[in-house]
Design a protein around this ligand. Structure first.
Ligand code: KIV
Length: 294
């Protein structure tokens, strides 16, 4: 008898995470192959991040993707039916204009297969958070270095380094948790600030460049696997667990060499006609097809 499939991870299950439990693991994914690897590895949450703009689509920042783009990628991830919770990232301007647009855009990601959405910002975004929650959609918060604010921040910069800024971040986190966010991403903040925030809120914090005191950690799939390109230095917090860009290039180089030398395709990689038909068609000059070494 086939074993029962493990139950799918839900937003309430993440919210119920206890500080004494194992840390939560979130990894980004943007399509079916990346989602399959993250789920098979046992991560708790798959974030379909707007980082897709930079690591998949080649833009310099995350501001270029739309709700349509995000729904397209969420749907590809959701079609793999992962055990992990699928969180869809609301892109820039999808929750800044009006409450109505905000709720419709969040609903688009849910209809594409997300079990929750994430948005960037603290107290400034409480109205958006509350409206989405009111539509029964779980919301993950995201504060610190929020990449949708790079122009306002003047670049990709660590946030909360001064006391006042750190206190503002803590106040934002408390407000998001009180509003009902089921988890909060802390991006690029000093570890002491992340620790203070983690102790101040009842929901789990998930860090990226925020040190080890968070309740969980997230990395971008391409950074973790060494697929983020060789033209930019990875941020300090990235630990590369593989060098897939190098390995993929080496594999494709071998394919190029095999095609050029005639070693690919071999007989076993080829469809053949039934006995004698090649001869009847006058192929191979009436001779049997020469065998190539595999
Ligand atoms: O878009 C993304 O990948 C993110 C993570 C860095 C948290 O928001």
């Amino acid at each position: 008898m086939a074993g029962k499939a493990a139950p799918r991870v839900t937003a309430p299950a993440i919210a119920a995470h206890q500080r004494t439990d194992e840390p939560l693991v979130m990894v980004t994914a943007y399509d079916a192959p990346s989602a399959r690897t993250v789920d098979a590895a046992g991560a708790d949450i798959i974030l379909v991040g707007d980082s897709v703009a930079m690591v998949v689509l080649g833009y310099d920042d995350t501001l270029q993707v739309t709700t349509d783009d995000m729904a397209h990628h969420v749907a590809a991830v959701a079609r793999t039916r992962p055990r992990a919770l699928v969180v869809g990232d609301l892109p820039w301007l999808s929750y800044h204009v009006s409450t109505e647009e905000t709720v419709h855009n969040a609903a688009r990601l849910v209809r594409a297969g997300a079990g929750a959405v994430k948005l960037e910002g603290g107290r400034k975004r409480l109205a958006a958070v509350e409206a989405i929650l009111d539509a029964e959609i779980p919301v993950m918060g995201h504060i610190g270095l929020t990449p949708q604010s790079i122009h306002a921040f003047g670049g990709f910069k660590v946030q909360g380094k001064e006391l006042e800024a750190a206190q503002r971040l803590a106040d934002d986190a408390v407000a998001l948790a009180d509003a009902g966010c089921f988890a909060i991403v802390l991006e690029c903040v000093p570890d002491a600030v992340a620790r203070h925030i983690t102790e101040a809120v009842a929901v789990p914090t998930i860090g990226i460049g925020a040190g080890r005191h968070c309740d969980g950690q997230v990395l971008v799939w391409h950074d973790l696997l060494g697929l983020a390109g060789t033209d930019r230095k990875p941020p300090k917090f990235v630990r590369q667990y593989a060098a897939l860009e190098h390995d993929a290039t080496a594999a494709i180089e071998r394919f190029c060499a095999d095609v050029r030398s005639g070693a690919y395709p071999a007989s076993a990689e080829t469809y053949h006609m039934t006995d004698g038909m090649g001869e009847a068609l006058g192929l191979y000059g009436g001779e049997p097809e020469p065998e190539l070494a595999p």
